[in-house]
Every structure is written in C-alpha cells, then in structure tokens.
Design a protein around this ligand. Structure first.
Ligand code: FUL
Length: 493
C-alpha cells in the first residue's frame, strides 16, 4: 500500500519562497573586500609614533652660550659655564604651553663640553663653578620632561673639537661610552640626533690642527646604532641619512611641497655634499621609509646671543614655518636657546605665545565636524572603505578606491556655508605613500571652482586657500597616485 501522501502545494511554495529569500539575502550581504596591498616601503611602528609627534623643541645650550660663539673650538675653560638662574622646568613649561611635544638637548656640541658629569672627560660641567661642579643639566632636563609629560631627546655631537684622539679609533670608543652613560642614566630617549657637521679644525687636546674624517665609515654607525638600540629599542635615529629620519636639507624651516617619505639610502650619507635638494624632496621610488625632520632656530643662531634679542622670529613667521614643515608632512624641530641665566628669554617666550595663539585661531575649530563625505568611487563598493571614514576622526580607517582607480574624487557637504581658509588632508601611510597630485574645488554659486592644488600628501598636508571662499561643498580630486589612494582624514578650517 502506498503510504506517501502528496505534499500540500502551499508548503512547497513556502519552501521555494524561503529558498529564494535566502539567496537574495546572501547576495546582498556585503562581502569582505581585502585592503589594498602596501605600495613601496612603509613606516615602522616607531616611525608612525614619531610622525604623530609633529613638533618638538631643540635646545642648544652649552659653553657657547657664555662665550658668544656658535661653534666652540674645544679649548674653552669649563669655568665659563655659569648660568645664574638655571631652571629646566621653566623651559619645559614654556615649551609645553607652546604645544611642542618634547625637547632634544645638546648634551654635547662640537666643542666637546658635556652637560652631564661624564666620567670619560674633564671637559664637562663637573669642572664648572656652577653648583660647585655638582650640577647636571641633562638630568634636570630629562626630569623636567617627565614632570611636564614631554619626550626627551639627545643630541650628542659626533664631531668633538676638544678630544685629543678625535679622528682615530679610540675616540669612537669614547663616543660610544658616552652614549652608554646617557642611555643608561637619563632615558627614556625618544630621538637621538647625530649631527652631520663632522671634522675640521679644533683644539684636539692641544694639537690645534685640522682633522678630516671619512664621513661614511669613520664612526661605523651600524655598530653604534645597534649599541643604542639594545639600550633603547624604540629610539628614533636622526642623521642626514637616517636610518629612521633624515635631515630636510636646509636650516630655514621648510620641506619641499613635494615631500616623499621615501628615499634610497645609498644616495645619502652624513657629510655627503650635493644632496640637499634630494633630502628636501625625497624620491617617489625610494627604497626606504626615511621621513624628513625640519630643524630651524627661533633666532638667527642656534645658541643664545644677546645681540640677537631683537631678531627673534615673529609669531607669523613661526606660523609660516609650521605650514611649510608640519603642513607638508614633516616634523618640526624648533630650536629655542636659553640665555646666560639658563632661562628662555622673554622675547622668545612672547614669540612662542603669539605663535600658539595664531595656531589656535587658525586650527581651533574644524568646520568639517558635522559634515558628510561621499564618493562615487569606493573600493569594492564596500562600507569599510566609504568616504565617511574621512571624517570619523579615526586614523585607522580610510577612504579607498579599487586597485585600478588612481584618479578619484570625494565630496564634503557642510551643513551650512562657511569661509574655508585651510584644507587638511592625511594619507593612510601604514600602507605606503601614494598620492602624487590632487586638487580642491569649492562649489560657488552652483559652479565648481578650483581653489587649490598640490602634489604629495603623505602623513599630512595643509593647503592654504589663497582667496578663502564661502561654500558648503568641497570636492577633492586625486589626479595622480602611485597606486589607489587611501585617505584617512580631512579637516577644514
Ligand atoms: C649643525 C651644527 O653645526 C649647528 O651648530 C647646529 O647644532 C645644527 C642643529 O646642526 O650641523
């Protein structure tokens, strides 16, 4: 007997319907779209942390402050070092209030005089009358940095015009011993500054002669760097040639508008001539990520000279320097040299306060806070890469296009019309620097009008709109890139 009953037609239809709904839902579910692969060299974790610091202070202070020199010969008596009101906390307070994130101190300049009581030389603070030889400027500055939540960095001149053995192997050992003293006793150190000025005339223990060294090989930098890295794994090394960050090629306070974080190491080394332009731009096809740092002094000299009290940079000039350094994706290392009292001079304090005021006025109110960002070009049409990532304040998210789209635009709609003076853009650099050129348009009376254009973006680019426009819509077009552009942040001011 056949016991099977035909299934009710309604149930079958219901099942078929459910099946089709399931397929439709599956097709609508956003698929994972893999992120683009990195293009070219990428920054290390410690380089990324360094990029985020953006600006910090350089402090040049030593016997030169008292002898009125820029480069001491190495024969100056330690007795000249006698600040009358030294206060590293005053430095830290002023530097912090100016919005700078750390202090790099000249622990030893070319004259060889040590601002800490080094046991390897007599040319040091221990033989100065200040605090009867018991003072320690390096400790005071490192402690003040800790107290005011600033990072501490070290400049230790490789060139030493005092040391009798400079030019020979014994001096290199001496230099390394000093690095051990500093890194073992005064850390943590965020940045180590190896100055490219190397070799020339000097006292050299009384020899009074010219000593030339082979800038490429004399110091055996790889061994020295390894030694320091073992004591301070996260330290960033600055020298003309890196390895972590490079010199910007000038001391006037600017990096090129086209600023690649990448460069090929073989093309640069400390003391090599004729490379300042290359250092100032980097190279798009460079083999290593070695971003540039812009070092510049608030006064004409690196050290304090009373004759320069009326030549301190103006707040506006410092603001312009900010735009041509941080605003072009470099870090700014601003030198503020204390005077013979051991204090930052009143004129410098006023300039720094004025500068901070200008920065706050210009960048205190991000007009894109309640704006909306949209784009027709989105990687895999996937939510993870939408233009809204440009405005979410999260440096870990970014707007991305498909691999083949190296030209694309996004639009920012503001809730109401605003006057826009500055456009700030940031690339998502953990996957490499990509953008080669872009432009910005504003919608004015229903028409798109180009208001700015530039080349690279990198970690950050701040464009000044020469003729600020009133608008509620802006469009940024990436016109050329090494690979699909990844933009993580947009701010408008
Ligand atoms: C240069 C030095 O010769 C200057 O004295 C100063 O320290 C500057 C930051 O670097 O190479």
């Amino acid at each position: 007997m056949n016991t099977r009953h035909p299934k009710p037609i309604g149930l079958m239809l219901m099942r078929a319907l459910l099946f089709f709904i399931a397929i439709a839902l599956y097709q609508c579910t956003p698929k994972e779209v893999p992120p683009p692969t990195a293009i070219g060299p990428v920054p290390t974790e410690r380089q990324l942390a360094w990029h985020e610091m953006e600006q910090y202070a350089f402090v040049h202070f030593t016997t030169n402050t008292f002898t009125d020199l820029e480069w001491g010969y190495g024969d100056e008596s330690p007795e000249v070092f006698q600040p009358t009101a030294f206060d590293a906390e005053q430095w830290a307070r002023i530097i912090k209030a100016a919005g700078l994130k750390g202090i790099i101190l000249t622990c030893k300049h070319h004259d060889g005089f040590c601002l800490w009581p080094s046991k390897f030389t007599e040319h040091s603070i221990k033989n100065s009358p200040w605090k009867e030889g018991e003072g320690d400027v390096v400790k005071a500055v490192s402690d003040a940095c800790k107290k005011y939540d600033l990072k501490f960095g070290v400049y230790l001149s490789p060139w030493d015009r005092n040391h009798a053995k400079y030019g020979g192997p014994e001096y290199v050992e001496y230099y390394r011993n000093q690095l051990r003293e500093i890194f073992e006793n005064y850390g943590p150190v965020f940045e180590m500054w190896f100055d490219g000025a190397n070799g020339g005339d000097g006292y050299y223990g009384g020899a009074d002669e010219i000593r030339k060294i082979d800038g490429k090989n004399y110091y055996d930098w790889p061994t020295t760097i390894q030694l320091v890295r073992e004591m301070e794994p996260e330290v960033i090394f600055f020298s003309d040639a890196g390895p972590d960050i490079r010199w910007c090629g000038n001391e006037q306070g600017y990096i090129n508008e086209t600023n690649w974080n990448t460069i090929t190491k073989d093309t640069i080394y400390a003391g090599k001539g004729g490379i300042n332009n290359l250092l100032n731009t980097g190279s798009p096809d460079g083999e290593s990520w070695i971003p540039a740092e812009v070092d510049v002094s608030i006064r004409p000299g690196w050290f304090y000279h009373s004759s320069e009290d009326d030549k301190v940079r103006t707040p506006q000039n410092l603001f312009d320097i900010y735009l041509s350094s941080v605003g072009r994706g470099s870090n700014l290392l601003l030198n503020i040299p204390p005077d013979r009292r051991g204090l930052i001079h009143e004129n410098d304090v006023a300039a720094l306060q004025g500068w901070k005021k200008l920065l706050d006025e210009a960048f205190g109110n991000n007009l894109s806070k309640n704006a909306q960002a949209t784009s027709e070009t989105i990687r895999g049409n996937n939510k993870s890469y939408e233009a809204s990532n440009l405005l979410d304040g999260d440096p870990g998210t970014y707007w991305a296009t498909n691999d083949e789209d190296t030209t694309a635009s996004f639009t920012i709609d503001l809730p109401e019309e605003k006057i826009v003076k500055y456009v700030l853009l940031q690339e998502y650099i953990p996957l490499g620097q990509r953008v080669k050129s872009f432009n910005v348009e504003a919608e004015v009376e229903g028409q798109w009008k180009q208001i700015a254009s530039s080349t690279t973006i990198g970690y950050k680019k701040i464009l000044t709109i020469k003729e600020p426009v009133q608008t509620s819509r802006l469009r940024v077009t990436i016109s050329d890139a090494k690979a699909c552009p990844l933009i993580s942040n947009v701010e408008l001011y």
